[in-house]
Write a new protein. Structure first.
Ligand SMILES: Nc1ncnc2c1ncn2[C@@H]1O[C@H](COP(=O)(O)OP(=O)(O)OP(=O)(O)O)[C@@H](O)[C@H]1O
Ligand SMILES: [Mg+2]
Length: 235
């Protein structure tokens, strides 16, 4: 579904993403894990056309080139990105934030169906649908951000550290949601620092260190590998 080949991003001449290649197959959940500053968000922004890419390399989505396209065009093709900082419109109601995600859906009935689906997934948001998004807890705001992504009827969802800054209970809830989406067959690319959880729920995973994807493999195998156990799990 998504094929990234040898892409590089430089800021002021310094590479922060070096010749990165990843493949995500339809229906898979793929995790990219790595420490602060490894380049995880840069990778997702680069895929979304929101970081300046070096001329080398290519990105294709559902068999078509998307490198060089505008973010909005990439969104229209069904690739949706939920950013690390959530980017909600805080004074607006929860429901209005969700509906903003559906700007690519022109069919009103379909919009309502999507909204019902998001409320089924996150009943808490339904209760709070008239409340300003900024008044919600961090975890609830993350649900709005994911919900907004789902409103656009994605073919593939990219989540940038959805568990960031959340209390343990909310962290489990967020990962539970990702599991559910996976079961429903949605293709997901998940970026996380929460290595254990991210590997446990993924099919395939990449380990990123200082701008490079250094290791990759079946998530279960990586979980049991020395490199992960020593470098990330402190075992
Ligand atoms: N717009 C920018 N201009 C200059 N440097 C940048 C810019 N964006 C990111 N960087 C640098 O690129 C590196 C990778 O940043 P990135 O945000 O991709 O890391 P990350 O893996 O997502 O980290 P975190 O887990 O903290 O979110 C960092 O050293 C960062 O300072
Ligand atoms: Mg980041």
């Amino acid at each position: 579904m998504l094929e990234v080949r040898d892409i590089t991003v430089r800021y002021s001449g310094l590479p922060v993403l070096r010749e990165a290649s990843i493949t995500v197959q339809e229906g898979q959940t793929v995790s990219v894990v790595g420490a602060n500053g490894a380049g995880k968000s840069t990778l997702l922004k680069a895929i979304m056309g929101a970081a300046r890419l070096a001329p080398e390399g290519g990105i294709s989505f559902r068999g078509q080139n998307i490198k060089g396209l505008k973010t909005e065009e990439i969104v229209r093709r069904g690739l949706i990105y939920v950013p690390e900082d959530r980017k909600l419109f805080k004074p607006l109601a929860v429901e209005d934030n969700l509906l903003l995600g559906a700007f690519v859906v022109d069919d009103e009935a379909k919009k309502r169906r999507k909204l019902e689906y998001v409320y089924e997934l996150f009943p808490r948001l339904k209760e709070r649908r008239r409340q300003a998004a900024g008044s919600l807890s961090g975890g609830e705001q993350q649900m709005v951000a994911i919900g907004r992504g789902l409103m656009s009827d994605p073919k593939m969802l990219m989540l940038d550290e959805p568990s960031l800054g959340l209390a343990p209970l909310m962290v489990s809830e967020v990962f539970e949601t990702v599991r559910k989406l996976r079961q429903e067959g949605l293709t997901v690319l998940l970026v996380e620092q929460n290595v254990l959880e991210a590997l446990e729920l993924a099919d395939y995973a990449y380990i990123m260190q200082t701008g490079r994807l250094r290791h990759e493999g079946q998530a279960q195998e990586l979980l049991e590998s020395d490199v992960v156990r020593k470098a990330f799990l402190g075992l």
